[in-house]
Design a protein around this ligand. Structure first.
Ligand SMILES: [Cu+2]
Length: 154
């Protein structure tokens, strides 16, 4: 009796939490494609024709869905202060929900050893207030392919 009651209570509490953690396709959250390369991060905003290297701009207090791909070996997308880490696996797409609760700059780092350049495979997440983000999106989208950070040779 007690085990059944315990399990039911845990399911009632746990199922909604689990549902919120799954990136469901029905969500109309912003999609950002991230491709790991040896040894840099390619960031694409497919709906806005924006392409960046090693920099990710997001709106604050908003869930964005990152579609993680790898062009070569296994990498791992890790932003310690945002509490997220997920592997990028060749031939697969992993989806990560990312949300920042405060505007500002967050450092990220590849967390899976991927070769000699691994330690330098870092990136920056910039979380903007909603109005600032809309402005950034408009500017960056208008200029087409924006390579605002250092362009790396492959
Ligand atoms: Cu790495």
């Amino acid at each position: 009796m007690l085990p059944s009651v315990s399990i039911i209570v845990l399911l009632i509490a746990g199922v909604p939490v689990g549902q919120r953690m799954i990136p469901l396709p029905a969500d109309n959250a912003m999609q950002i494609d991230i491709t790991g390369h040896q040894w840099y991060w390619q960031v694409n905003y497919p709906e806005h024709n924006i392409q960046l290297t090693d920099t990710l701009h997001i709106p604050v207090n908003t869930v964005v869905h990152l579609q993680l791909h790898s062009a070569d070996v296994i990498h791992s997308f890790w932003v310690p202060r945002l509490g997220v880490k997920l592997d990028l696996i060749p031939g697969r797409k992993n989806v990560l929900k990312l949300e920042a609760s405060a505007s500002g700059t967050y450092r990220g780092q590849c967390a899976e050893y991927c070769g000699v350049g691994h330690a330098h495979m870092q990136f920056t997440v910039i979380a903007h207030e909603p109005a600032d983000f809309a402005g950034w999106l408009e500017n960056a989208g208008r200029s087409g392919l924006e390579q605002q950070e250092k362009v790396k040779d492959d």
